[in-house]
Design a protein. Structure first.
Length: 74
């Protein structure tokens, strides 16, 4: 596994994550690891799956006729 060193994090930010880790019963390191994993970018396959899911929740609207299109242009 890779390691990352992040400098210049505000003390207040670290304190928030320390408190959150304590409430969750885990280390600060694990809390930040969880945060990174939770917010990682989607893979291309995941983006496709999310897109298909959203499209399945919506009904396509019927196509407009040429007359309806012309009427809207007025």
């Amino acid at each position: 596994m890779a390691q990352v060193l992040i400098r210049n994090i505000p003390d207040e930010t670290i304190q928030v994550y320390k408190e959150r880790a304590k409430r969750n019963g885990i280390s600060l390191e694990q809390e930040i690891r969880n945060l990174l994993e939770k917010n990682r970018p989607f893979t291309p396959a995941e983006r496709v799956a999310v897109s298909r899911h959203i499209r399945s929740l919506t009904k396509p609207s019927p196509a407009l006729s040429l007359d309806e299109i012309r009427e809207g242009a007025k």
